[in-house]
Design a protein around this ligand. Structure first.
Ligand code: ARG
Length: 406
């Protein structure tokens, strides 16, 4: 395999290995997207008269076959091939010969990689949002099962006011739904056609049609001017990671509650055996490892976001190889988010609230605020005065009524 840029001088193998890095593995997920973008580019070249109909059909057919074979695990990108773009062009040439040598007119790997990543991101945003919706559905099922059970609401981890499982789960549900809506809105930032910017400065000598590739790929707009394209690399990545960081943070707070509520001391929830793990030494243990790891995995998102921002920081305009390293951080963050969202519904379905234990925690002090509010309603005195009276008179507090949610 000859690298696309090879001009006869040998490259030190260590330099090749270092600069290639993890691209052969990382780029595997970009194969279908790079194929799609390449076919759109070739179709545009055909429209503009740079390819014959026979060339285009050989190119498109060859690329589609390569994508299908890759999906079936019949080939993978080798370290010598460097990246997905080189692998596909090289393998296309091995397959169809001369027409493959025409496809790189008017493009560069610099705009190719952006098109592939953006198509991948648009696809991932939908997948992640759909996975998040399965978590919402699991929270809904929990509310149907246990929603009416009363339990204390806490501030500072001190019992504060009477609440219910429905309110507890409903807050998390509402925030996750908001996170998913924000994640979907990021697709506006992602959905811009980079193709035709080529290495970063366009291709004035070639009569390319950026609108044609935009339409073919379903991008909402074409990114202009061409010099904006490389400046923007990493921004859609950062935006997706930011939204995922907020989403996983909500999942982690849910997880932290579950870990606390599952302690013998709280005992608010029982975890089904199928979602707990054991100890190698202590036979009696049932551990909430799943929930602890959800809490820990949430850390991967701000870490990945920080890596993306730090790689971008201080770069001059134009393409720099630094940008290649954005992919590792992006994919790591996305994979971790996907893993969490995949397991979360299983975890939520394995939670059962213990009504008796929740009830036992409903200390009369939880109604002190209600007592003050009752005094205001009955006597019309200022809240501050009623507050003092309720504080001084625990006798005015009442037992929390059953399912006495506010
Ligand atoms: N693998 C490269 C990346 O992700 C593709 C672009 C390489 N371009 C270059 N001029 N070396 O950035």
């Amino acid at each position: 395999m000859t690298r696309l840029w090879e001009k006869g001088e040998p490259l030190d193998p260590k330099v090749l290995a270092y600069t290639t890095g993890d691209d052969p593995e990382l780029d595997a997920r970009l194969v279908p997207h790079d194929v799609r973008a390449s076919i759109a580019h070739a179709s545009m070249l055909r429209e503009r008269g740079y390819l014959s109909a026979a060339d285009l059909s050989a190119i498109a057919g060859g690329l589609e076959a390569l994508a299908a074979e890759h999906a079936r695990g019949e080939w993978s990108i080798t370290p010598e091939e460097e990246d997905v773009h080189t692998a596909l062009e090289g393998r296309l040439e091995a397959r169809i010969g001369e027409p493959a040598r025409r496809i790189h007119l008017g493009r560069s790997r610099n705009d190719q990689v952006l098109a592939a990543i953006r198509l991948y991101l648009l696809h991932e945003i939908e997948r992640l949002a759909a996975a998040g919706e399965r978590t919402l559905a699991a929270l809904d099922r929990l509310v149907v099962r246990d929603g009416a059970i009363a339990l204390p609401g806490y501030t500072h981890l001190q019992r504060a006011m009477p609440s219910t499982v429905e309110l507890w789960a409903g807050g998390v549900r509402a925030e996750i739904a908001e996170d998913l809506a924000s994640l979907r809105r990021v697709s506006v930032r992602v959905s811009r056609n980079p193709l035709g910017s080529a290495a970063g400065y366009g291709v004035p000598e070639v009569s390319i049609d950026r609108e044609s590739t935009r339409r073919a790929l379903g991008f909402q707009s074409t990114q202009e001017p061409v010099t904006a394209v490389q400046l923007s690399r990493g921004k859609p990545e950062a935006a997706v990671l930011f939204e995922l960081a907020l989403l996983l943070e909500d999942c982690a707070r849910l997880a932290a509650d579950v870990c606390l509520y599952a302690t013998a001391e709280f005992g608010f929830v029982r975890l089904a055996p199928r979602i707990t793990t054991g100890s190698s030494m202590m036979p009696q243990k049932r551990n909430p490892d799943l929930w602890e790891l959800v809490r820990a995995d949430a850390a991967a998102l701000p870490a990945a976001l920080q890596e993306v921002l730090a790689i971008r920081h201080g770069l001059p305009s134009g393409y720099h190889r630094d940008l290649q390293r954005l992919k590792g951080a992006l994919f790591r963050g996305i994979d971790r988010a996907e893993a969490v969202l995949e397991v979360l519904p299983v975890g939520i379905d394995g939670i059962a609230f213990d009504e008796a234990r929740c009830k036992a925690a409903l200390d009369p002090s939880l109604t002190a605020t209600a007592a003050a509010n009752r005094i205001v309603a009955a006597e019309g005195i200022p809240f501050r005065d009623a507050y003092r009276r309720a504080a001084a008179d625990p006798g005015s507090w009442e037992p929390v009524r059953d399912a006495a949610a506010p």
